[in-house]
Design a protein around this ligand. Structure first.
Ligand SMILES: Nc1ncnc2c1ncn2[C@@H]1O[C@H](COP(=O)(O)OP(=O)(O)O)[C@@H](O)[C@H]1O
Ligand SMILES: [Mg+2]
Length: 262
């Protein structure tokens, strides 16, 4: 999808036409943002999230407040970019890259449109239709742990972590996932699902360490334990480090001695 790089709305429409992409609006969305799905002639699936641009966004067009409680559409884009950079740095596959972003107009209103790969399922979907072994649950927990831990390294508080804001890719064949904790590299082998965190619409960035960031993940793990109907797993831990020690006891994460980061 490199062809979409750096395009504006006109170019986007032109490329959609050229690649025979038809866009369909997701109808269940009752929020402000508009989600559209498309498929090109090679069956590549795409998702376009369009976020309304408010007067406040125009006020902050050049210098949006990165922290504090004023939320702007620019910050959502900025956080996606931050998340991508940390995951890339650590060779992780658990992020969605934004192919392009541009200002668009829908019914005469301005939007910030973000183009992503389309991931068909959410964590809610797989929880409704699947039954899970203890190992499956551990895999899901480990991946979610790293989604939260990496955000915490950038002092990002999501503020809206729930099972609709985690997308799940189901793969045809098993892959190894790579993670880093405190400068040590690890492999999570033989994964058939890859989890991604989305929706930074009301996320915040603090200038330094914020204990609230860990707390929101603690609450989410507690919620998941209720949904999976399992005894406390990560929710009894009080820091990312404590959870990580616990993860090592599963004996699933393998130290990675290759030079993947160097
Ligand atoms: N890249 C994507 N691929 C597939 N579906 C997506 C994607 N991004 C979002 N969605 C779907 O759209 C819903 C709303 O997107 P989200 O970014 O959470 O916006 P909102 O701020 O409206 O909650 C998600 O819960 C998910 O079902
Ligand atoms: Mg959402």
């Amino acid at each position: 999808m490199e062809c979409f790089f750096n395009c504006d709305e006109d170019k986007f429409k032109e490329l959609s036409k050229k690649n025979k992409i038809e866009w369909n609006i997701q109808f269940k969305n009752n929020k402000n943002s508009i989600i559209e799905y498309g498929k090109d002639s090679k069956n590549t699936l795409l998702c376009l999230k369009s976020i309304p641009v408010s007067n406040q966004d125009f006020e902050y067009i050049n210098n949006f407040p990165k922290n504090g409680n004023i939320t702007t559409c620019w910050r959502e884009l900025y956080i996606y970019q931050n998340m991508e950079s940390i995951h890339k740095e650590y060779k992780s596959f658990n992020y969605l890259s934004i192919y392009t972003s541009f200002i668009s107009t829908k019914e005469k209103r301005p939007y910030l449109s973000l183009l992503f790969p389309y991931i068909p399922l959410t964590l809610r979907d797989i929880m409704v239709y699947n039954s899970f072994s203890r190992n499956d649950i551990n895999y899901i927990y480990i991946q979610i742990f790293f989604l939260g831990y990496y955000l915490s390294l950038k002092n990002i508080k999501h503020n809206d972590i729930h099972i609709d804001n985690i997308l799940v890719d189901i793969l045809q064949k098993k892959i190894d996932l790579y993670f880093v904790f405190e400068n040590r590299k690890y492999i999570l082998p033989n994964q058939t699902t890859v989890l991604y965190l989305i929706d930074f619409g009301i996320a915040e960035i603090t200038t330094d360490f914020n204990p609230e960031i860990f707390k929101e993940w603690g609450f989410f793990f507690e919620k998941l334990e209720e949904l999976f109907q399992i005894p406390p797993l990560f929710s009894k831990c009080s820091s990312f480090r404590e959870i990580f020690k616990y993860i090592l006891q599963f004996k699933i994460l393998k130290p990675d001695y290759s030079n993947i980061l160097s």
